[in-house]
Design a binder for this molecule. Sequence first.
Ligand code: 8YV
Length: 332
Amino acid sequence: IRKRPKVFITRKLPDPVETRMRELFDAHLNIEDRPLAQPELVAAMRESDVLVPTVTDRIDAAIIEQAGENLKLIANFGNGVDNIDIDAAARRGITVTNTPNVLSEDTADMTMALILAVPRRLTEGAQILTTDDGSWQGWSPTWMLGHRIWGKRLGIVGMGRIGTAVARRAKAFGLSIHYHNRRRVSQQTEDQLEATYWDSLDQMLARVDIVSVNCPSTPATFHLLSARRIALMKPGAYIVNTARGGIIDEAALIQALKDGAIAGAGLDVFEHEPAVDPKLIKLAESGRVVLLPHMGSATVEGRIDMGEKVIINIRAFVDGHRPPDRVLPGRN
Ligand code: 8YV
């Protein structure tokens, strides 16, 4: 690979990141900031040494087959790598990296915001004052009552970097921490969080008041929150998702919300992004559902950190080192 590699960046990145990339690399930027059409993506992959895609680019096996000889690195601008077929890339000798750690705290903050917003009817309350129908007659003891989150049980599905960051916050808010994960976290972490491990996701779902989805999207986690599992949740329970839409069976979730089988949901991600099911939007009008347009890691600081991570990974690779955030095959 060239010392000054040809790097194709598929989306507009923060100015300081783009400036640095131009200094270091032969950087090709998509200044229009719209998702590339598949043929444009193929053209980019034919011509460059390094591709920097985002969640809006689907780098599947078929497209990887068409990559040029020179493409040696896919440095994803993002933590989740469900948009990339890692195994297909490995078969072509292409290394894949991501941007972990730097967005965990921001994503956990947004998760916490949803955990607070849904039971406390935040969007509903905020709307009352901005829609001019005079519906606020002043304070009353029974006005806009939500549900207390203090003292409730939070069930975290996926206790990785983001899940742990959510647990730390939630503990400070007085929630008790329950989690399901492929592996138990260390005894020290469990002790610090006073966390209860559930080997059985089903059993945990039946016992917690708020479920937070924080696991990666892989074939193994597709519709992990299935109709059957959603039905195990308590009628007063809430579900929050800042991971990936496909981890929840969205149609089943909508049905459960409509039937009152669960109390509410806070969703930052959707199964068919950027399409959002109109039935969810309808439910959001009631305030029991809060919807955000994939904003979990959307901070000025976080995006710059993500850009720096991408740069570090590319430089390490160009210098012949193992990039710090290499994603190994077998991951998805
Ligand atoms: C980004 C994310 O919005 O990193 C992730 O997995 O979902 C977000 O940080 C996006 O993925 C950037 O590609």
